[in-house]
Write a protein that binds this ligand. Structure first.
Ligand code: ADP
Ligand code: TRP
Length: 322
C-alpha cells in the first residue's frame, strides 16, 4: 500500500479553497492508503511570530480536519513539532542541498520580490519540507501545483543522499493535481488568505452571509440573458456546494435571463451553509471535548515517531554519525 503524506501549515483560518483543493481530496484518500497527515507548525515559524496565534491556528486546524472527516482510525494525524527528528534530518539533507537549488525556489523568490526580508527559515523551507516527506518513507504527496517545485527538490535531495551515502530514502512520486481548478475567491482571483478574498469553512453566519451577498457582479439587469453564465463567480462556487442538477438549473436560469444576482447569491449562501452544517455540528462537539483532540494528536505523534526513528537511525548510520 503506498504511503500518502501531506502537511498543512497553521498560518490562518481555513477557507473553502483549502477544503476543496486540499482537505477533501486528502480525506477521500485516507480510505485507500496508508495516510499520514500533519500540522506543519514548524513551517508556520516564518509566517507568524505570535505564540498565542500559533497555538490558536494549530488547534483550529486540528478541529477543522477532524470535523470534516479525518478519521484517526484510518489516518495518522499529528503535530509536526511532536516529532522533532524532522529538524535533525533537515540538517543532514541540508548539508547536501546546493545553494543554487534553494535560490531558484519560487516560494523564496516570490517572497523576496514582495520585499519580505528573507531569513534562514524562509530560505531553508524546501529542505524542511523534504525532511517531512523523506522521514516517513513517503510514496505519494498529494499537493497543488504551487508545491510542484518543492517536490522536485525533495526528489533531487533524496537521490543525492542515496548516491552519496547508499540507499536510505524512498524517492517520492509526484502526484500533482493539474485538473483541479483553483477555487476562486470573492473577487474572482484564486481564493487565498493572502488576498483577503476568502469564504471560511467555519465562521460566523452573519459575517459570511454578508461576504457572499457582497460579491460584486456586473450591471446587467436581471431580465437580460447572460450567455456567459458558466463563468459567473457565484455559479462556479455553487457548483462546489450544491447538487449538480441544482447548480445546472441556476446556470440555465441565469443564461436565459430572469434570475437576479441577489437571488443567486442568496442561494449560494444557503447551499454553502448547508453543505458544512454537519461538519459544524461535529466541530462544536470536538470543541467541547478538547482532551480527545489532544489525545488524537499525541497518539498520531507516537505512530509517526515509530516510523521516523527507523528512518533516522538508517540515515545516521549511513552517513557515519553512528
Ligand atoms: P493560502 O493560499 O490561503 O495561503 P495555502 O497556500 O496555505 O493557502 O494552501 C494550503 C492548501 O490548500 C494547498 O494544498 C493549496 O494547494 C490548497 N489551496 C489553497 N487555496 C486554494 C484554492 N483557491 N483552490 C484550490 N486549492 C487551494
Ligand atoms: N508547504 C506546504 C504548503 O504550503 C505544507 C507542507 C509542509 C507540506 N510540509 C509538507 C505539504 C510536506 C506536503 C508535504 O501547503
Amino acid at each position: 500500500m503506498p504511503r500518502i503524506l501531506t502537511g498543512i501549515t497553521p498560518s490562518g483560518t481555513l477557507h473553502i479553497g483549502n477544503y476543496f483543493g486540499a482537505m477533501r481530496p486528502a480525506i477521500e484518500l485516507q480510505a485507500g492508503g496508508d495516510a499520514y497527515y500533519f500540522i506543519a507548525d514548524y513551517h508556520s515559524m516564518t509566517a507568524i511570530t505570535n505564540a498565542q496565534e500559533r497555538r490558536g491556528y494549530t488547534q483550529g486546524i486540528a478541529l477543522d480536519w477532524l470535523a470534516c472527516g479525518l478519521d484517526p482510525a484510518k489516518a495518522v494525524f499529528w503535530r509536526q513539532s511532536d516529532v522533532p527528528e524532522v529538524c535533525e534530518l533537515t540538517w543532514l539533507i541540508g548539508s547536501l542541498t546546493p545553494m543554487g537549488l534553494l535560490e531558484r525556489a519560487h516560494s523564496f523568490k516570490d517572497k523576496t520580490a514582495k520585499g519580505i526580508a528573507p531569513n534562514f527559515g524562509l530560505f531553508a523551507y524546501p529542505v524542511l519540507m523534504a525532511a517531512d516527506i523523506l522521514l516517513y518513507d513517503t510514496n505519494i504527496v498529494p499537493v497543488g501545483k504551487d508545491q510542484k517545485q518543492h517536490l522536485e527538490m525533495t526528489r533531487d535531495i533524496a537521490i543525492k543522499f542515496n548516491q552519496t551515502y547508499g540507499d536510505t530514502f524512498v524517492v517520492p512520486e509526484e502526484r500533482i493535481s493539474e485538473t483541479l481548478a483553483a477555487v476562486p475567491g470573492l473577487d474572482g482571483q484564486k481564493m487565498s488568505k493572502s488576498y483577503g478574498n476568502t469564504i471560511e469553512i467555519f465562521g460566523d453566519e452573519k459575517v459570511l452571509r454578508k461576504k457572499i451577498m457582497g460579491i460584486v457582479m456586473d450591471s446587467r439587469t436581471p431580465a437580460e440573458p447572460k450567455p456567459d453564465a458558466e463563468k459567473n463567480l457565484a455559479i462556479q462556487l455553487l457548483r462546489l456546494v450544491a447538487p449538480k442538477d441544482v447548480a445546472t438549473d441556476f446556470e440555465n436560469r441565469l443564461r436565459a435571463g430572469g434570475l437576479g444576482y441577489g437571488d443567486l447569491k442568496k442561494a449560494l449562501f444557503e447551499h454553502y451553509w448547508n453543505y458544512f452544517a454537519p461538519y459544524r455540528v461535529k466541530r462544536a462537539e470536538l470543541v467541547a471535548n478538547s482532551d480527545y483532540v489532544e489525545k488524537v494528536l499525541k497518539d498520531g505523534a507516537e505512530r509517526a515517531q515509530a516510523v521516523a526513528s527507523k528512518t533516522m537511525a538508517r540515515a545516521l548510520q549511513h552517513c557515519g554519525l553512528r
